[in-house]
Write a protein that binds this ligand. Structure first.
Ligand code: PLP
Length: 350
C-alpha cells in the first residue's frame, strides 16, 4: 500500500492526458499556428486555475514548485522591507524555515512562533509576537507531518486588523480544506501533492504589492518570473487543481473511506501495539501513528512489502523530526512515529 501521498502522488490519468495535448511552441512566439495554439492553451489553463482558486489571474505566478514559491515570496518581501520584522512558525516546511534562517544571516529580524501541545499554531501565539515593525506573518495552512490545521482565517483577520501582510504555504491544504484565497496576501502551491506533475507550482501574490522577483531576465509573467513557460506542466497543474477543487466533496468521501480502511488495517494487524497522534483539528488524509516499542525507520524498512510510508517529511528524513520535537514529543515517541498519508483518488488496495 502506498501511504506516502503527503510526500508525492502519482500523476492522475486525466492530468497526463491533458499534458499530452500541450502545443510545443514558445508562449511568447507569434505569427505561426502552433504559437497561437500555445497562447490559447496556456491562457485557458491560467483562467482555469484562477476560477478554481477564485482569484484574479493577476495573482498567479507559475513557479517550479512550492519550494521556489516560498523562496520567491519571502526573499522578495525581505528585499522590499529589509528593516522590518517578520514572523514565521517553528513547524514550517524546510523551504520556508530554511529561507528565513538564511535571511537571518543577511540581517533579517524574525521571530518564530511555536505550536501548542496539540501541534497547532494559534492566533493568540502569533498575536504575542507582533510588534510595531511587523510586516509579514508566514504560517502554513496544514502541517505536512502532523496534518494539523492551523488557525489560518483567525491569523489572517488579525494580520488584516494590524495592517500586516500574510503568507501561507497551502501545499497540504489543497483539496483537503476549503481555502479562501481572499484571506491570504501570498500563498504557495505545489502540483505534485495533488496528482499533478513534479516541477511546477504556483506563487499566489498581491499584484499591488509584488515581491521582488527571484529570477530576473526576460519579461515573462508580467516581470514576476523570467523563464520560458513550461507548457505541459501548466496544463498539468491546471487539470490537477480542477480535479482536486471541483470534486472536493467526492474526493473527501474517498479520503474518509480510505481512512476507515487504514484504521481497520491497523486494528487488525497491530491491535494495542499502536496509538494515534494528533486527533483534533486535522485533515483526514494524514494518519499519524506511534508503533509501541518500535524504531520507525526499522519498522518501515522491515514492512516495506506491505506499507510504503515515511517517518515524517521526505525532505529531512535522516534527522529526527523537528516538527514533533516542537510539539513536545519525547525522543522515544518521535522514534515510534510514522506518518501514513492517504490517496485522494482511488481506494487503498487498488
Ligand atoms: N511546503 C510543504 C508544506 C510541503 O509539504 C512541501 C513538499 O515537500 C513543499 C512545501 C515543497 O514543495 P515542492 O516539492 O513543490 O518544492
Amino acid at each position: 500500500m502506498y501511504l506516502d501521498n503527503a510526500a508525492t502522488t502519482k500523476v492522475h490519468p486525466l492530468v497526463k492526458k491533458e499534458m499530452d495535448k500541450a502545443s510545443f511552441a514558445n508562449y511568447n512566439a507569434k505569427y505561426y499556428p502552433s504559437a497561437l495554439e500555445t497562447k490559447t492553451q496556456i491562457n485557458d489553463a491560467i483562467s482555469t486555475i484562477a476560477k478554481c482558486l477564485d482569484i484574479d489571474e493577476k495573482r498567479i505566478v507559475i513557479t517550479s514548485g512550492a519550494t521556489e514559491s516560498n523562496n520567491y515570496i519571502i526573499k522578495g518581501l525581505f528585499s522590499k522591507y529589509p528593516n522590518k520584522h517578520f514572523i514565521c512558525s517553528t513547524i514550517e516546511h524546510k523551504s520556508v524555515l530554511g529561507t528565513f534562517e538564511y535571511l537571518e544571516t543577511l540581517g533579517m529580524n524574525v521571530d518564530y512562533v511555536k505550536p501548542n501541545k496539540n501541534g497547532q499554531i494559534t492566533k493568540q501565539s502569533v498575536a504575542d509576537l507582533i510588534c510595531e515593525d511587523t510586516v509579514l506573518v508566514s504560517v502554513m495552512y496544514v502541517n505536512n507531518e502532523t496534518g494539523v490545521i492551523n488557525e489560518i482565517p483567525e491569523i489572517s483577520d488579525l494580520c488584516k486588523e494590524k495592517d500586516i501582510l500574510f503568507h501561507s504555504d497551502v501545499v497540504q491544504a489543497i483539496g483537503k480544506c476549503q481555502v479562501d484565497f481572499s484571506k491570504l496576501n501570498y500563498a504557495s502551491i505545489s502540483a505534485h501533492k495533488i496528482s499533478g506533475p513534479k516541477g511546477v507550482g504556483l506563487a499566489i501574490i498581491d499584484p499591488e504589492n509584488k515581491p521582488v522577483p527571484l529570477l530576473h531576465g526576460s519579461t515573462q509573467q508580467n516581470n514576476n518570473r523570467a523563464g520560458t513557460l513550461p507548457n505541459e506542466l501548466i496544463l498539468g497543474i491546471a487539470k490537477a487543481l480542477d480535479l482536486a477543487i471541483n470534486n472536493f466533496e467526492e474526493n473527501h468521501r474517498n479520503i474518509l473511506n480510505n481512512r476507515k480502511k487504514i484504521i481497520e488495517f491497523l486494528d487488525e494487524n497491530l491491535g494495542d501495539d499502536y496509538y494515534l497522534n494528533f486527533t483534533s483539528n486535522t485533515v483526514d488524509n494524514i494518519v499519524h501513528v506511534g508503533i509501541k516499542g518500535e524504531i520507525n525507520q526499522i519498522f518501515l524498512s522491515d514492512n516495506a512489502e506491505m506499507i510504503n510510508a515515511s517517518t515524517g517529511s521526505a525532505c529531512s528524513i535522516a534527522e529526527p523530526s523537528y516538527v514533533l520535537k516542537e510539539c513536545g514529543f519525547t525522543d522515544q515517541k518521535i522514534r515510534e512515529s510514522i506518518r501514513l498519508s492517504l490517496p485522494m483518488y482511488g481506494m487503498l488496495d487498488e
